[in-house]
Design a binder for this molecule. Sequence first.
Ligand SMILES: Nc1nc(=O)c2c([nH]1)NC[C@@H]1CN(c3ccc(C(=O)N[C@@H](CCC(=O)O)C(=O)O)cc3)C=[N+]21
Length: 299
Amino acid sequence: MGTHTSEATLIDGAAVAAGLHSELRSAVENLVERGLTPGLAVVLVGNDPASSVYVRNKIRRSVEAGLRSFHHELPSTTSETDLLSLIDRLNSAHDVDGILVQLPLPSHIDAQKVTAAIDPAKDVDGFHPMNVGKLSLGGGALVPCTPLGCMLLIKGVRSQLAGLNAVIVGRSNIVGKPLAQLLLRENCTVTVAHSRTEDLPSLCRRADILVAAVGQPELIRGDWIKPGAIVIDVGINRAEHEGRQKLIGDVDFAGARAVAGALTPVPGGVGPMTIACLLRNTIDAACRRHGVSSPIGNS
Ligand SMILES: Nc1nc(=O)c2c([nH]1)NC[C@@H]1CN(c3ccc(C(=O)N[C@@H](CCC(=O)O)C(=O)O)cc3)C=[N+]21
């Protein structure tokens, strides 16, 4: 039996995000003095309760940071044509620098078509094919917020990632695939695992960096983790616990904590970073669109 060493360091995403928010606030103040107030438009179609919570948080945080916030709440019966024409208007609105259409969309709307309709220069989610392509080519693009948040947390623990084995569990377009690109850029050896992967536990045990982004509560067990590994839990699963709503990650937190070197909690890990990165992308987009040098440091 292996001997118990020490508990994993907790990666406090909420604290890192709070630090980012205060940097972003000063950056916005600086831009406002120079006559530029970055604006973010958030579009929500339908009334999915989880989406409403996220959207409310995004709006609250953008207002706190001093951004101009535009909020469009459309009924779930909105047609694709009407949504596309709203996007058209936001694309040409001069005071809108960032456009976010909250996903998922109702099933009668083609999300890919909507994503592709957003001006790539305003695509603060980084989901437009142009930005996906640029990310894969290694160029300057608006990078999806959750993967960006994961990278900031990982690099906060360890700045040199070259040569490390990174395993990402989950191949979504919004987390797994873009994160693979970012880790490759840092010279990690990247493996993307998914539902058809054979012997997932053994694969995970080889990971120096393990990212769980599959949406399966506590799938990743403590004995799947290499001692000392950096474990990033992107999962947000809602569960009832003693009659109360509870958020559970994709990682068995207690089991992982005894083995990992560093670990993100849920909530308070990746989630708050996602929102901070959204604001950062909005400021970035505003600066690029207006040809102003960005007051936020690049990392
Ligand atoms: N176009 C689009 N862009 C997105 O970035 C996007 C989206 N659609 N659809 C849904 C997912 C999910 N997402 C989260 C953001 C913040 C938290 C967050 O702040 N979570 C808190 C807890 C919040 C709670 O209590 O629910 C935490 O983990 O500490 C979680 C999830 C962004 N998404």
